[in-house]
Ligand binder design. Structure first.
Ligand SMILES: Cc1cc2nc3c(=O)[nH]c(=O)nc-3n(C[C@H](O)[C@H](O)[C@H](O)COP(=O)(O)O)c2cc1C
Length: 182
């Protein structure tokens, strides 16, 4: 059976660069894997009071994550860290205490930026959180994609052949990793 891999984007923006990478990934999934974007935009901001009366969005999101064989995070950097929407999704999935849906999932990170260092700070803050949540995050290759605005065409589609080849190699390593862990 195909492995089901969720894509969680750190951006809620229309025409997002993260969505552009997600589109490429969905279209170029390695054989035996299906990648699909998980929507985190409707999750209310986490509040521990909800542990007693969970919003429907939390219940559905946790069930969706549980059903996955792996998670690929594609994110911009916000103020040298991961975006708040992404941290919120991680917090929602981590609770109630002892029932985290992240535990033991294989994961990987792609960060992107128009800047030169490709969201390095976002990746490493995210890695810190994922280590605590016991998401088994692919160590190598790392994926920091800089100057992303120069790699796309006017519709926002990834067109740069070197970047496409890099992402193909990254996906191959990640899906091997998912296979190894499962
Ligand atoms: C609040 C905010 C903070 C940002 N901070 C950084 C930053 O620290 N480093 C960086 O390279 N880009 C930073 N940026 C630029 C975004 O990361 C950049 O536009 C990103 O590629 C957009 O990704 P998206 O299209 O997927 O939303 C920031 C953007 C916003 C809105």
């Amino acid at each position: 059976m195909d492995k089901k891999i969720g894509i969680i984007k750190g951006s809620l923006r229309k025409n997002s660069f993260s969505q552009s990478i997600a589109d490429y990934v969905v279209e170029h999934s390695p054989e035996g894997c299906i990648f699909e974007v998980i929507d985190i935009s409707k999750l209310p901001l986490y509040n521990q009071d909800y542990d007693d009366a969970n919003p429907q969005e939390y219940i559905a999101f946790r069930e969706e994550i549980k059903s996955l064989d792996g998670v690929l995070f594609i994110t911009p950097e916000h103020n040298r860290s991961l975006p708040a929407a992404l941290k919120n999704a991680l917090d929602v999935g981590s609770r109630p205490y002892g029932e985290s849906v992240w535990n033991g999932k294989p994961g990987a990170i792609i960060s992107q930026s128009p800047g030169a260092i490709g969201g390095f700070g976002a990746t490493h803050h995210l890695r810190q959180v994922l280590a605590f949540l016991n998401v088994l995050t692919l160590a190598q290759p790392e994926a920091y994609i800089g100057a992303y605005h120069t790699l796309i065409d006017e519709t926002g589609t990834l067109k740069n052949p070197d970047t496409q080849a890099f992402i193909d190699g990254f996906l191959s390593a990640f899906t091997d990793w998912v296979e190894k862990i499962s």
